[in-house]
Design a protein around this ligand. Structure first.
Ligand code: ADP
Ligand code: MG
Ligand code: MG
Length: 366
């Protein structure tokens, strides 16, 4: 029989809609001769819905359907009777029901950000004993925490930009010493970010003390921990990694943001940011990026996939590793699949390979 692939999407994070876009592409491209898709939606409130098509979920949530969420989700996808049955799952039973024996053979968690990309869902899937695509608990958690990620990069000798981390508690008690320390060590411009997030949510570039104060207060709305980094004038390079114990790196791509930096608007709203594949780089630089990408993947104990992002300082030519994203954007025009496409692996085959890697990893851990 066909392999049943549970595609989990939506979720309680700021990247809910990005997830829906990624899941739509994935569901469309999973080969119907090989797979039976079981869509599993998570609403913004954290309710699990079995058999909700991504586009319907979005339409219902944005009110375009003009109907109650649960009713409008009761749709039938062609060819699959189980998909049409809407089952709003009870909080306490949600996981058990969605993952009920035989319902799915493997889960594809297409969630970005907190409660999905950060190891929480992965822990649940480990407990349930279901194979899943992508990184495990530790790798996912490290990929979401910009401080711990940098500590590990540093430990294995990967070049990172200088940074400081503060707790919201300390900021609220006495901002003075924090402002002074940032100015003394990092200077302006600097980047202020919530430690645990993605999609540039909560991130600002500060050019002076007033902006720094606002930036820290803003980031503190999203997280208890705030990271401040030296701002560098750079090109942004990205590399896709795929595999488990012998990960492979794709060709290198470049992002040319439409704004002063690659903020949320530039990522998802303006549609004017450009992607260049392969990036126009000296061969040694591209090779260095690919080596660092694999090194980072192994150092953080990642598996399946990750997009590894870099800064190339314009003035010095110095390469810095910025971050990994363990569930990168996955529409057909997203960087991760496009990098593999350009490396000779088309979207459909990339999905096949990710599912094979999930099953392989599951067997390895038995
Ligand atoms: P996210 O996980 O939200 O994508 P990033 O750390 O990648 O967070 O930051 C988002 C964007 O902000 C980057 O793509 C880049 O444009 C800009 N940026 C972040 N940190 C720096 C830095 N230290 N120097 C220059 N630009 C930065
Ligand atoms: Mg990120
Ligand atoms: Mg980023």
């Amino acid at each position: 029989r066909k392999l049943r692939v549970g595609v989990i999407f939506g979720g309680r994070s700021g990247e809910h809609e990005v997830s829906i876009a990624s899941a739509t592409s994935i569901i469309e491209h999973l080969d119907p001769n090989k797979y039976e898709v079981v869509p599993i939606a998570i609403t913004q409130e954290g309710r699990w819905l079995l058999g909700a098509a991504p586009q319907r979920l979005l339409a219902a949530e944005t009110g375009q359907e003009g109907t109650v969420l649960s009713e409008s989700l009761a749709v039938t996808l062609p060819g699959d009777p189980t998909v049409g049955r809407l089952v709003p799952l009870n909080q306490s039973e949600n996981v058990g029901q969605a993952l009920e024996a035989g319902r799915v053979d493997v889960i594809f968690p297409v969630l970005h950000g907190t409660y999905g990309e950060d190891g929480t869902l992965q822990g649940l899937l480990e407990m349930a004993g279901v194979p899943y695509v992508g990184c495990g608990v530790l790798g996912s958690a490290l990929g979401m925490d910009k401080e711990k990620m940098k500590m590990i990069f540093q430990a294995v000798g990967l070049p990172i930009v200088d940074y400081l981390v503060y707790r919201r508690h300390d900021w609220e008690r006495d901002p003075g010493p924090i402002l002074e320390a940032v100015e003394a060590r990092l200077g302006y411009p600097c980047f202020v970010k919530p430690v645990n997030l993605g999609s540039s949510v909560g991130i600002s570039k500060a050019h002076n003390r007033k902006e720094l104060e606002q930036a820290i207060a803003f980031a503190a709305e999203y997280d208890r921990k705030i990271i401040v980094e030296r701002g560098i004038d750079c090109r942004e390079l990205e590399c896709a990694v795929l595999g488990n114990d012998e990960p492979l790196a794709s060709v290198v791509g470049e992002i040319i943001p439409s704004n002063e930096f690659y903020d949320y608007r530039a990522k998802y709203i303006d549609n004017r940011s450009q992607i260049v594949i392969p990036a126009d780089l000296p061969q040694e630089t591209a090779e260095q990026v690919r080596r660092y990408a694999v090194q980072a993947f192994l150092a953080l104990d990642l598996s399946g996939l990750a997009r590894v992002d870099f800064f190339l300082q314009k003035a010095s030519g110095q390469l810095y590793i910025n971050e990994v994203n363990t569930m990168p954007g996955f529409t057909t025009i997203s960087m991760y699949p496009k990098l593999w496409q350009a490396s000779g692996l088309p979207y459909e085959q990339l999905l096949d390979h990710l599912i094979e890697l999930a099953l392989e990893r599951h067997t390895d851990r038995q």
